[in-house]
Design a binder for this molecule. Structure first.
Ligand SMILES: Cc1cc2nc3c(=O)[nH]c(=O)nc-3n(C[C@H](O)[C@H](O)[C@H](O)COP(=O)(O)OP(=O)(O)OC[C@H]3O[C@@H](n4cnc5c(N)ncnc54)[C@H](O)[C@@H]3O)c2cc1C
Length: 398
């Protein structure tokens, strides 16, 4: 479609969406030897409803896909040394990384695949250990291990951070390196001969792009791709996070994952918990209404079954936001798309996009600057698998 604009500007790279993926890519590109101009268009600079600001902040290597393990290792190294990368004028960002591990509990049925994952994770360099029921009970006396077959604990490089702080750190550093971030909205794309020739903004400005990166996130990446005829198997799925009090203190916990997928951890004096609902309660939606029944029906019973102290708890807070859920295989979709020569996609992170932002931002910056992946080959996350309906299934999704 041809669009008519009031003002025309030109950028070598236009990034649609200034969430953590867009800002990380802008940062890595600006920090590399790429000397083109970079524009990030962000509709809501408050990020009030952006997943990048509302994530749980988890960082881990306990995945089943080798690339995700490597992405997790780079991400952990990046956040642990964030001051080296993202300081501005000597001011290092405070992103609050708490290196307290993930402890993924397993049942006898789940043990064999988890052991396989463990072997893979360790072979790639992740420091993950198996803990028997007895070891769990000795270390976490508040936990009931009946019916479990132990758990898998990240001994280093796993934990959680402040998502909004990481997002802002990428954004601030990118701006300091010359990236232009504007408050505007991409309302349309114009194409000619397999190229996006125009990025239309709500303000009336039209941008002539070299490359367009679609990093518009859970609620919008699919619509932006559809503008140029590309179908993404990515839909917004609501995730509700809850905070509760418990009079009986159990102390500092790792990020616990219970066998039914309920996650919880201590946060100061309180506890944070979240779960992916079962498929029949997990439709595509852009609604934000908190599903309190999820807490009563699924989360609380699971918490109380494993931690007797949690039989008496008080819900104090809750919020909701959206996963960019890849219905094909719950892995990211990255890189070029067929039929459009100058568009890249970064979508479908399915709950891992925050921790993946350092490695993904670096990888996308390499694709843009050099036309190839260099530090880490992420080509298996390409769109080709969508076309050929060949899922690259990630099984460790929480
Ligand atoms: C409750 C919850 C818990 C999570 N926990 C974790 C976790 O523990 N660890 C982890 O790694 N990940 C987690 N995630 C997932 C993570 O938040 C996302 O994968 C990640 O933030 C994706 O970042 P993004 O930049 O790709 O997308 P987004 O954060 O969605 O950012 C996209 C941005 O694009 C902007 N935008 C959209 N359309 C337009 C347009 N047309 N014009 C201009 N701007 C536009 C939006 O305003 C938004 O700011 C969680 C998510 C949720 C909801």
């Amino acid at each position: 479609m041809q669009l008519v604009a009031d003002v025309v500007e030109s950028y070598d790279v236009v990034i649609v969406g200034g969430g953590v993926t867009g800002c990380a890519t802008a940062y890595f590109l600006a920090a590399s030897d790429f000397d083109g101009s970079i524009l990030v268009v962000e509709r809501d600079p408050t990020y009030a409803n952006a997943p990048s600001a509302r994530a749980a902040g988890g960082v881990r290597q306990q995945f089943s896909t080798p690339e995700n393990i490597r992405i997790g290792l780079f991400g952990a190294d990046f956040v642990k040394n964030v001051g080296q990368y993202l300081s501005v004028d000597g001011d290092a960002p405070e992103i609050g990384f708490k290196e307290r591990g993930y402890l993924i509990l397993t049942t006898p049925d789940g043990l064999a695949p988890m052991q396989e994952n463990l072997a893979l994770q360790r072979a790639i360099g992740a420091n993950i250990a198996y803990r028997s029921n007895d070891e769990l009970t000795a270390r976490y006396p508040w936990l009931l291990s009946d019916g479990l077959a132990g758990g898998f604990l990240g001994l280093e490089n796993e934990g959680w951070l402040d998502p909004y702080a990481l997002l802002q750190a990428f954004r601030r550093k990118a701006v300091s390196l010359g990236v232009k971030v504007i408050h505007d909205e991409v309302t349309g794309l114009g194409c000619q001969a397999n190229r996006i020739t125009e990025v239309r903004l709500k303000s009336g400005v039209s941008v002539s792009p070299g490359v367009v990166l679609n990093a518009a996130g859970a609620r919008d990446a699919t619509g932006i791709a559809a503008e140029v005829g590309v179908e993404l198997p990515v839909e917004p799925r609501m995730r509700c996070a809850f905070v509760f009090d418990c009079r009986e203190r159990i102390g500092i916990t790792p990020q616990m994952i219970l066998p039914n997928g309920v996650a919880f951890r201590s946060e100061g004096e309180r506890y944070f918990t979240v779960v992916a609902p079962p498929p029949e309660r997990d439709p595509a939606t852009v609604a934000f209404d908190i599903d309190y029944a999820l807490f009563d029906d699924i989360i609380w019973p699971a918490l109380a079954e494993r931690v007797p102290a949690f039989e008496a708890i008080k819900l104090t807070n809750a919020h909701s936001c959206h996963y960019d859920f890849n219905t094909l295989d719950e892995n990211a979709i990255l890189g070029p798309v067929p039929g459009v020569d100058n568009m890249l996609i970064a979508a479908g992170f399915s709950g891992h996009g925050l921790m993946q932002s350092p490695a993904v931002g670096r990888a996308l910056s390499e694709l843009i600057a050099y036309g190839e992946y260099r530090a880490l080959d992420l080509s298996r996350f390409g769109y080709d698998r969508v076309l050929s309906n060949s899922p690259l299934l990630e099984t460790n999704c929480y």
